[in-house]
Design a binder for this molecule. Structure first.
Ligand code: ATP
Length: 270
């Protein structure tokens, strides 16, 4: 079995004549936790959706466990998607379903477990994400944002995915609840041999949960011929990255961007 779980080769994504991703070559190893950072609009979410086959690249190939998603038939792709878990930014729970039903949803859709097994898995996952069993009977509207995120994580884990993608897992949470989510991401990795991709703006999350960080840069602001991934390395090397744009991003300094914004607005007023 190869160490590589995901491979992107020359992945390019164009929307309405705008190139969002250009020639992305990345491979993600089994068990890695990769944080994807970069300023708003640089294509982090599009990249994440591409690697789990939610969107098809305009050009290039994404392979999962040695097989190109592009070459798969629809039933094969559906089968492969069961090996992915998604934790969406807003938890994306079904409001009309109880928490129990929300967590059980993927397993029921796939009809691969008896009712007693479903019951046991849901209760175990509730406890793993630190929620009391009474929550099972409640509805999403009765839960705080942090609790909903934990339910979203439990639901993503129910099919025991090999790859889990987190879209902005801590957005909208207070610092304490953000750290609870970070700890859960770490705990999930300790418990299961899962590979994780975490799209985040939160540098604390990137440093804490990831063993590798990819920083994307908006394609339109790259110099000709520059690769779109400005940084690919360990979180501890971010602070002293060679590229000034990476250092400015991780320190939260507007730097060159401030000058660019002033230039953009003065050219607009011409
Ligand atoms: N389905 C789509 N159709 C057209 N344009 C799209 C589509 N999906 C994304 N885009 C565009 O692609 C660009 C990158 O979007 P993406 O959501 O990946 O950015 P991001 O880096 O995740 O930003 P943020 O941090 O703000 O979430 C944006 O300009 C967005 O409008």
């Amino acid at each position: 079995m190869s160490d590589e779980l995901v491979r992107c080769e020359g992945v390019t994504m164009v929307f309405d004549h705008h190139t969002i991703l250009r020639e992305i070559d990345v491979s993600i190893l089994r068990g890695q936790t990769v944080a994807v950072i970069g300023e708003s609009g640089c294509g982090k979410t599009v990249f994440m959706k591409t690697i789990v086959g939610l969107v098809k690249p305009t050009k290039g190939t994404v392979s999962f466990d040695g097989r190109a998603l592009n070459d798969m038939t629809l039933p094969e792709l559906t089968q492969t998607r069961k090996r992915f878990g998604f934790v969406f930014q807003n938890a994306a729970l079904f409001d009309s379903m109880s928490i129990f039903e929300n967590i059980a949803f993927p397993i029921r859709q796939n009809e691969i477990a008896s009712e007693s097994e479903v019951q046991q898995r849901v209760m175990q996952l509730l406890s793993e994400v630190g929620l009391p069993t009474e929550v099972a009977k409640k509805y999403p509207s009765a839960l705080s944002g942090g609790m909903r995120k934990r339910v979203g994580l439990a639901r993503a884990l129910i099919l025991r995915p090999e790859l889990i993608v987190y879209d902005e897992p801590t957005t909208g949470l207070d610092p304490i609840m953000s750290d609870v989510i970070n700890e859960l991401i770490l705990e999930t990795r300790r418990r299961y041999p899962v590979t994780s991709v975490v799209v985040t703006h939160d540098m604390h999350t990137a440093r804490k949960v990831a063993d590798r960080v990819l920083m994307f840069y908006p394609r339109r602001r790259l110099e000709a011929g520059e690769p779109q991934i400005l940084f690919d390395g360990s979180p501890s090397d971010l602070e002293n990255a060679e590229d000034r744009r990476v250092r400015q991003f991780v320190r939260g300094e507007a730097g060159e961007r401030l000058k660019e914004i002033s230039l953009e607005s003065s050219s607009l007023s011409l």
